[in-house]
Design a protein. Sequence first.
Length: 203
Amino acid sequence: MTTEGGPFEAIVLAAGAGRRFGGAKLTSTWRGGRLIDGALGAALSAPVARVLVVTGADPAVATAARAFAEAQGGAKPLAVVHAADHDLGLSASLRAGFAALDARSRAAFLFLGDMPLVPHDIATKLAQALKGDVLAAAPVCHGRRGHPALFARALFDCLAKLGGDQGARRILDELGDRLALVDTTDTGVLIDIDAPGDLIRLQ
């Protein structure tokens, strides 16, 4: 999506080691493909000019991501960004992703690689909510805030300065009425995979 102020891009965080899963989480079998395919499909369906996949602990993730994008016809550019310091926590992945964005980008979606059921229409609704004084948008299902989130450029520096295993939750919490909440009944915005049992149950 390109609007006045620049294009939208998407970041898919996929650098974790998946220790609670036992490793190789994002390349585990999922509905005939790999687990990361779910998040990638949602990101590639979003109104964005490019999708960035942030990798780290598992080198096979990059191969899987490229293969999935090619299977979709390569309609949108996909770039793999390696977070060399991924072992420092989630914030390292965020820094790598936001540092790799186009300097002209107006906003960026943040997808989590272990959330395979995100509905493909939610990103467009979030983009439509990013207007006026709104700095970010996120879906809400049954009173719980979910993913992906969309961040305006004004927040990029704040996200790049997070440390340790901090994600973007605190930044969203502090936005007040400058955070647009988009209602959805699709629980895919809440469901992530932590353990092998989660994968079996959802399959």
